[in-house]
Design a protein around this ligand. Structure first.
Ligand code: ADP
Ligand code: MG
Length: 444
C-alpha cells in the first residue's frame, strides 16, 4: 500500500500495544514527511523525543520495516511551535473552563457484592470503616496483596459508598500511572499545572490504585509527596493499594513510603477454598446462572486457587461454552472443559495450566516479578518476557484472546495477537525456540 505520512503513522499506532497508543508522548507526534529513505515525525520538545526514543523506537522501527521497507529510517525532529496548550475548553463567553471531573468509579465494585472471608476480612472492615470516617483513624489506608484478590474492587467500593452517602464530597479514583501522566502533562503545558493541583488537592477522598508503579521520574514523587501532605493536613482521606507492603516499595522514596504507614496498613491474602466457593455461589446468583450444581462449583473452587479474577473467568467460560455447545453444565462437562480438552493437559493428567502459572514460570525464568508482566510498563527487559508469556497462554491454555488480555490487564485482544505473531516469527531463531520449549516443558 502507498502510504502518506499520516496513514503511515496511523498504521504504526495501530500495531503498537494499546497502552502505547494512549501514551501522552505519542499523542504529541505530528507526522511530517515520507520518502524512500526516511519517515520524519515532529514532536514539541526534546523531552518528548527522548521518551519516544527510549520506549518506542525499536517497536516503531519494526512496524516501519513491515509497512514500508527496511531501508526507510525514522527521524524525529523537534519543533517547539507544536507545543500548544491542549484540552482547555472554551465556554460561550470565551473564558476557560475546567475539564469536568469525574470520580472514575466503577459502579459494579461495591461493598454489597464483595464476599468476605478470612483472607480479606480485615481489609474489608477497615475499608468500610474508612468510608464512614473520612480522614479519621484509618488515614491513610494502605491495602496490599497479590493480583486479582480484590484491591481495586475495595478501592472503588469505598468511593461508591462515599458518593452515595454524601454526593457533594469530592471523590477521585486514579491509578498511579494516570497520576504520573497527568502530572507530566501539566508540566509540559504550564498553564495546566494549576488545574492539576486543584484537581488532586481538593479531593475529599483520593483513591490511588497500584502505587507501586509511581516512578522516580521528573518530580512525580515530589508532587505526590506534596499532594499527600496537603490532603493529610486537611484531614482528607487517602486510600492506596499496592502489590506489596510500604516497606517493600523499593521504587519509592523513603519519606513517602514511611508516611504510608501512618494510618492503617492492611494485607489482603489469597482466598481459601471456602471463600472461593462462596464467591462462586454469589457470582451465580448475581448473574442468574441457575442450575449449576454445588458439585460443579466445588470442583471449580478446587481447581482454581490463585486469584479471584481467574475464578470468575472460569465460571463464565464454562457457562458460555455450555450455552454455545447446547450442553448441560454438569460435572462431566466441567471436567472435560477444564481438564481434558487441551492435548497438553491430557498429557499431564490432572494439571490445568492457568495464565497466572505461566506468568509465574516466565517471570521466574527472567528473574522478574509476575506483576511486571501484567503491568503497562514497556521497558525492554519486560516486553520480550511478556510476549513470551502471552504466547504460551495462547498455546497452552484454552483461554480466549479476551481472557488472556484480561489476565495481562490489557483492554483488548490485539496486544495478544500481536505478541503471538512476534514470537512466532522469532521461533525461527534456534535459541528462542529452545527457550520456548524449555518453558513449555516446565509448565507441563
Ligand atoms: P486486584 O485489584 O487485587 O488485582 P480486583 O479488585 O481487580 O483485584 O479483583 C479481581 C476480580 O475479582 C474483580 O472482578 C472483583 O470484582 C473480583 N473480586 C475480588 N475479590 C472479591 C470478593 N471478595 N468478592 C467478590 N468479588 C471479588
Ligand atoms: Mg487492581
Amino acid at each position: 500500500m502507498q502510504h502518506t505520512p499520516d496513514s503511515l503513522w496511523l498504521a504504526i499506532l495501530e500495531e503498537l500495544d494499546e497502552t502505547a497508543r494512549d501514551d501522552i508522548y505519542l499523542r504529541q507526534v505530528t507526522p511530517h514527511s515520507l520518502t524512500e529513505e526516511s519517515f520524519i515525525i515532529a514532536v514539541p520538545s526534546d523531552y518528548t523525543q527522548d521518551e519516544i526514543e527510549d520506549r518506542f523506537l525499536s517497536d516503531i522501527k519494526k512496524v516501519l520495516g513491515n509497512e514500508i521497507n527496511n531501508g526507510c529510517r525514522l527521524k524525529i525532529s523537534v519543533d517547539t511551535s507544536l507545543a500548544k496548550i491542549p484540552k482547555l475548553k472554551q465556554t460561550e463567553n470565551g473564558s476557560e473552563e475546567d475539564t469536568p471531573e469525574t470520580a472514575n468509579l466503577n459502579p459494579n465494585y461495591i461493598f454489597k457484592n464483595f464476599v468476605v472471608g478470612q483472607s480479606n476480612r480485615i481489609c474489608h472492615a477497615t475499608a468500610f470503616a474508612a468510608s464512614d470516617d473520612l480522614g479519621g483513624e484509618y488515614n491513610p489506608l494502605f491495602i496490599y496483596g497479590g493480583v486479582g484478590l480484590g484491591k481495586t474492587h475495595l478501592l472503588h467500593a469505598i468511593g461508591n459508598r462515599v458518593q452515595d452517602k454524601a454526593p457533594k464530597r469530592k471523590v477521585l479514583y486514579v491509578t498511579s500511572e494516570t497520576f504520573m501522566n497527568e502530572f507530566i502533562e501539566s508540566i509540559m503545558y504550564r498553564n495546566s499545572a494549576q488545574g492539576f493541583r486543584t484537581k488532586y488537592r481538593t479531593a475529599d477522598l483520593l483513591l490511588i490504585d497500584d502505587i507501586q508503579f509511581l516512578a522516580r521520574k521528573e518530580g512525580t514523587q515530589e508532587e505526590f509527596f506534596n499532594t499527600f501532605n496537603d490532603l493529610y493536613m486537611n484531614s482528607n482521606q487517602i486510600v492506596m493499594t499496592s502489590d506489596r507492603s510500604p516497606s517493600m516499595l523499593e521504587n519509592l522514596e523513603e519519606r513517602l513510603s514511611s508516611r504510608f504507614e501512618w494510618g492503617m496498613v492492611a494485607e489482603i491474602d489469597k482466598p481459601n477454598y471456602e471463600l472461593r466457593l462462596s464467591i462462586l455461589k454469589r457470582k451465580c446468583e448475581d448473574q442468574d446462572f441457575e442450575d449449576i450444581s454445588d458439585e460443579v462449583l466445588s470442583y471449580i473452587a478446587e481447581m482454581v486457587t490463585a486469584n479471584i479474577r481467574e475464578l470468575e473467568g472460569i465460571l463464565i467460560r464454562l457457562t458460555t461454552q455450555a450455552t454455545i455447545l447446547g450442553e448441560r453444565l454438569d460435572i462431566d462437562f466441567a471436567r472435560r472443559v477444564l481438564n481434558d480438552t487441551s492435548p497438553l493437559s491430557r498429557r499431564s493428567g490432572q494439571k490445568v495450566i492457568t495464565a497466572s502459572t505461566i506468568q509465574k514460570i516466565v517471570a521466574d525464568h527472567f528473574q522478574l516479578n509476575s506483576d511486571d508482566l501484567t503491568s503497562a510498563k514497556r521497558t525492554k527487559v519486560l516486553v520480550f518476557p511478556r510476549q513470551i508469556a502471552m504466547y504460551l497462554c495462547r498455546e497452552l491454555t484454552q483461554l480466549s484472546l479476551l481472557d488472556i488480555a484480561e489476565a495481562f490487564n490489557r483492554q483488548n485482544h490485539r496486544t495478544i495477537t500481536y505478541a503471538y505473531e512476534q514470537i512466532e516469527k522469532l521461533l525461527e531463531d534456534k535459541e528462542i525456540k529452545k527457550l520456548v520449549q524449555l518453558l513449555t516443558d516446565e509448565l507441563t
